[in-house]
Design a protein around this ligand. Structure first.
Ligand SMILES: C[S@@+](CC[C@H](N)C(=O)[O-])C[C@H]1O[C@@H](n2cnc3c(N)ncnc32)[C@H](O)[C@@H]1O
Length: 376
């Protein structure tokens, strides 16, 4: 048990050597958590070191659901950073490389999400997925590994975006059925899908197009920046409705409380919070995880941490993803801040450059739990 409740079916936690994986084109090499501490910069103060230590959970005992499968390790892919077309002044030596599919349609999305649903966002979401898979040490935390291995289960990825998680999981677990839904048809994959996987355009707020109690496992990652507090309640009710009794729901969200933001990032953070406020977007969903899962059993709450621009390759990847996401909000935030697009972009680039110096990081809270067998 890592805190919270014990995970059923995983009473004996087997030793697991895990940690931030080498992945830049090299063979993946699982490492011990203890080793990660040795990699931290020597300049890191004791407080931060203690925090990192608690966050990475200095233990060799990880519940089975968090284990990265060998097939995932062997199938690890290095994804080149998508090049942003936002700025001519920034330097990236890599090129755009759509990963899973060809994008087939463009148009206006209907969500309040602050980033356009275009090809650039598709690429960024795939890139972000690979980054998150490292941070999670796999694709999920709930103790559903045995069910996936056994096969035959139905899985739903809600607000799946470009379908990165669904496609990855469907390729890994060929005998399970996967469905991804998103409000934006533009983001959804259209071709080259594994046979056990489909995508549907669906606004969760209007009701998911599935009967009650359909899915064994329902996953939703980073819906944030999209819904009001009331809408979040509707979303959660929908997720619960379509989950089978005894099935699992897992959510992962961003906590916008950046720790140690540098001076250039502070006005940007203020601007994005103001933009969300103006749209009625609720940024506190993670704080309501215990409420959302109030009727559930075996609830487990925890958080991942993201270092930006420090703590080795993963920090570089997180900073790059952050930079792309914030550049992609220029059409919304530059006017709100009274800046030209170019001035806004320069501020984003400078803020990301400061991250390493200030050791900026944030939390990605997650929760999973089991829908009770008898009613809910
Ligand atoms: C940050 S993206 C996350 C995508 C995906 N879950 C991932 O982790 O790669 C947020 C997604 O939520 C979708 N979204 C926003 N409001 C939605 C709604 N009401 N119903 C379904 N999807 C929605 C957006 O279109 C966008 O694809």
């Amino acid at each position: 048990m890592i805190g919270g409740l014990a995970t059923p079916g995983t009473s004996s936690h087997q030793p697991f050597h895990a940690g931030i994986l080498h992945w830049k084109g090299q063979k993946c090499k699982p490492v011990k958590y203890a080793e990660i501490l040795n990699w931290l910069p020597s300049t890191l103060n004791a407080h931060v070191r203690a925090h990192v230590k608690s966050c990475i959970k200095l233990t060799e005992s990880i519940p089975k659901g968090r284990r990265m499968r060998q097939s995932q390790l062997h199938g690890w892919r290095y994804i080149k950073s998508p090049r942003s077309s936002h700025s001519s002044t920034e330097t990236t030596s890599t090129e755009t490389k759509p990963i899973y599919h060809q994008f087939t349609s463009m148009g206006n999305g209907k969500s309040r999400f602050l980033i356009h649903d275009n090809q650039e966002e598709v690429n960024r979401l795939h890139y972000q997925h690979e980054m998150l898979r490292q941070l999670v040490h796999g694709n999920y935390n709930a103790p559903v590994e045995d069910a996936f291995e056994k096969g035959g289960i139905k899985v739903l990825d809600v607000a799946c975006g470009a379908g990165s998680w669904t496609l990855d999981m469907a390729s890994t677990y060929a005998s399970c059925q996967f469905v991804g839904t998103d409000i934006s048809d533009n983001l959804l994959p259209k071709s080259g899908l594994p046979p056990n996987c489909e995508f549907l355009q669906a606004d969760t707020l209007k009701g998911l197009p599935f009967a009650d109690n359909t899915f064994d496992y329902v996953y939703q990652r980073m819906l944030g920046y999209s819904c009001s507090e009331t809408e979040w309640n509707i979303v959660i009710a929908e997720l619960i409705r379509v989950t089978k009794p005894g099935g699992w729901i897992e959510l992962l969200e961003i906590d916008m409380a950046y720790e140690r933001p540098g001076p250039s990032f502070e006005p940007l953070l203020k601007a994005v919070k103001a933009a969300c406020d103006a749209r009625g977007i609720f940024l506190g969903a993670h704080k309501r995880f215990p409420y959302y899962f109030g009727s559930f059993e075996n609830v487990h709450l925890d958080a991942l941490t993201i270092p930006f621009g420090w703590n080795g390759p993963i920090g570089q990847e997180c900073a790059q993803n952050h930079r792309l996401a914030w550049l992609a909000m220029d059409h919304r935030l530059a006017p709100a801040m009274g800046l030209s697009r170019e001035a806004y972009r320069q501020l984003v680039i400078k803020s990301v450059q400061e991250f390493a110096e200030y050791k900026t990081w944030l939390r990605l809270p997650y929760v999973y739990g089991m829908k009770p067998q008898k009613g809910n």
